[in-house]
Design a binder for this molecule. Sequence first.
Ligand code: AVI
Length: 323
Amino acid sequence: MSDRLHLTHLPSLTTERDGQDVIRGLTQQPKSLPSYYFYDAAGSRLFEQICELPEYYPTRTELGILETAAEAIAQLTGACELVELGSGSDRKIRLLLSAYAHVQPRLYYRPIDVSGSILKTSAMALLADYPQLSIHGLVGTYQVGLEHLPPPLAPRRLLCFLGSTIGNLSPRECQTLFQQIHRVLRDGDYFLLGVDLIKDTSILLPAYNDAQGVTAAFNRNILHHLNWRFQGNFQPTAFSHRAIYNPIAQQIEMYLDSQQKQTVTLAALDFQCTCAAAEPILTEISRKFDLVALKAALTAAGFRWINAFTDPQQWFALCLCQV
Ligand code: AVI
């Protein structure tokens, strides 16, 4: 099986991730933290739990769309190497691999993920179930992975960015990523993008304020992670979770509100700051999309829009476009 698994470890952008971005966020007004610090081992487990929550509709809605649309996507694109940004749960890529198995004899999957261990675990499970599959994984950030894409192993590529992870990027970061993806793909390659759509706050708000408090634990975990990583003394229980919908920016905003005046030290960064009582720290934005505006953004980056596959309630969309 190992001859069907190749992992390449890419140079990392660790200097940027070694805390300067944390200092920048905590010295700005309002305070903020980069949301990728959610994802240490505990944070990744909490996110998996979020995906199973009754209130968190995006994961199961996207899976439902893929169940009905994967065959049509494979027929539309023909034989492809599947490239995926992120490789967390393999349930979605399985639906695509099974559909592509009907249009090509050999399957090629190229996940790009910062976690080599997550990538390897999910790759081993996939290889066991798909004997015609070869996996060439890239361990690194999306940006670095995209710059190191070797020539494709199939006539075309389908680059998948699922789960509405794009929604965690600012509009500017999102446009930069679209441009980068367009630049590294070749003429005729495809881009499949999963996005969460704008909907009533009666659906949106509970998804980020679940009854069991898993999202609150996920939010506070960013502080545990910073404590561990930078010898910090954040008291996570002295911050409360708050998620609101900002209708102007069309995004969920997650905050940690300081419950009292407190001084926090991150010894490894030689950094100290004070949080006032009730002062918020913005930890995440989760943008919700309108298909007309999204189509315009993808077209501006050079893509040709092909189709949006949605669920009957129009809560989520898988957008297929081509270079
Ligand atoms: C990973 N990302 C798409 C999730 C979201 O919905 O924005 C992260 C998340 N944050 C709170 N719940 C889930």
